[in-house]
Design a protein. Structure first.
Length: 413
């Protein structure tokens, strides 16, 4: 679907499936069922999630041709791929292993190259697409400046490959680093610093220019064309960031938002009742980082929910925000609120920018991947109906006639 000068879809990582056969069946069943509800007579974009195993299988020419026919037959098109989880993503503990291999490791580059090739084959004529990826690595795993430099070098090599891919195919594929709590790139400030000090430093650009036979200025344009961010609205809100400040700072730094992942997390005051209710969200599959804000404004960070629940200082904080993606359309969830206000403000900025002909991003993707581990009361109605309702909620806020929202402010608990 296209709205507010952007493509809008949802990420198929909500559907379990690691093999290519499972992914294809998810498209035939779930994606087509969602399309029938939200875009029955119009082309519908697919936010494809492929594991490394599925990506290697899809590179086989006959499978790729079959998939292209399936897309064409049903008015589907692929404009973005989630290249974050390399391996299994459902039904078994993922936790911090979701970041591995990270950008210190060659396997991450090979996997991303497979995805880039596939996306270039799947993009509509004249279209451009994005691959969202790990923001360097899990912060606890990255030891020292040498490893940070190694991560930057791999990303620069990937940018060069994407440049050459565009020259060969005429298709623009971009790589979108996705800042996330407890990762190397966690906050907007850290992301901007990484671009300025590592990816676009004079030393880095001189090396890239020599390899690509370009001037340093052209090398910087190459980096900024092919490397940018995937702004996950849950992640940024969990960090207690302001939507307006995040968007303005990225723009001022010249960092492209190649994709916005539309998502919300939990908010709550750490009362006894609230923390007891939160135990229903302490599940074994995914990492649920917590950022707690004290009454003095200090931020306390925890890599997973059990660590926060066990810490007395966290219990004395004023507000918790929890990395647990919940349905976009539910502002209140029993004892909890969600970070919907941040998302609504981003959508309002997208709407305003689109009316001026300069959208924040041309790729929007709903990403509530936690469906299988949500408490039962939040899964009523089924996954297809929930996805359709989320897409409808987003569309209503992107229409040209949507009421303008005030600058995003989170209610105080």
């Amino acid at each position: 679907m296209q709205i507010a000068d952007a493509h809008l879809t949802y990420c198929t990582n909500i559907h379990p499936g690691e093999s290519w056969e499972q992914v294809r069946e998810n498209v035939r069943s779930h994606v087509l069922a969602v399309k029938a509800r939200v875009a029955p007579e119009r082309p519908f974009g697919v936010g494809l999630r492929l594991s490394a195993r599925a990506a290697q299988a899809l590179r086989e020419p006959a499978r790729l041709a079959e998939f292209q026919r399936l897309l064409a037959e049903h008015q589907l098109y692929v404009f973005t791929i989630n290249g974050f989880p390399y391996g299994p993503f459902h039904a078994e503990p993922v936790k911090a292993s979701v970041y591995r291999p990270d950008w210190r490791e060659a396997e991450r580059g090979r996997y991303t190259s497979d995805l880039s090739y596939l996306l270039a084959q799947l993009l509509p004529e004249g279209g451009s697409g994005s691959i969202s990826t790990v923001p360097g690595g899990f912060k606890a795993d990255v030891a020292g400046p040498e490893q940070v430099a190694s991560i930057a070098e791999q990303l620069l090599q990937q940018a060069l490959e994407l440049h050459r891919l565009e020259q060969q195919t005429g298709r623009l594929v971009t790589l979108a680093l996705e800042p996330e709590p407890c990762c190397l790139l966690e906050t907007t400030a850290e992301t901007i610093a990484f671009f300025e000090q590592e990816l676009c430093s004079a030393r880095a650009l001189a090396g890239l220019a020599a390899r690509a036979q370009l001037s340093p200025g052209a090398a910087e344009r190459l980096v900024r064309r092919h490397l940018g961010v995937c702004l996950d609205t849950c992640h940024a809100a969990i960090e207690f960031e302001s939507a307006d400040e995040t968007l303005d700072q990225l723009s001022s730094a010249g960092i492209a938002i190649h994709k916005i992942q539309l998502s919300t997390g939990l908010r709550l005051p750490p009362s006894a009742d609230g923390l007891q209710a939160l135990s229903a969200y302490d599940e074994p599959v995914y990492l649920h980082q917590v950022v707690a804000q004290t009454r003095g404004g200090q931020l306390l960070r925890y890599a997973d929910l059990p660590q926060a629940l066990a810490d007395r200082e966290a219990r004395l904080a004023e507000e918790w925000r929890v990395h647990f993606h919940v349905p976009l359309y539910r502002a209140e969830l029993g004892h909890f609120g969600n970070t919907q206000a941040f998302l609504a403000r981003v959508l309002e900025r997208q709407r305003q920018a689109a009316l001026a002909g300069r959208p924040l991003s041309r790729q929007l993707e709903v990403e509530t991947y936690t469906w299988d581990v949500l408490p039962a009361e939040q899964r009523q109605g089924g996954v297809v109906a929930s996805i359709a309702r989320e897409l409808g909620w987003v569309q209503a806020r992107l229409l040209p006639t949507a009421p303008a929202s005030s600058p995003e402010r989170q209610p105080q608990s």
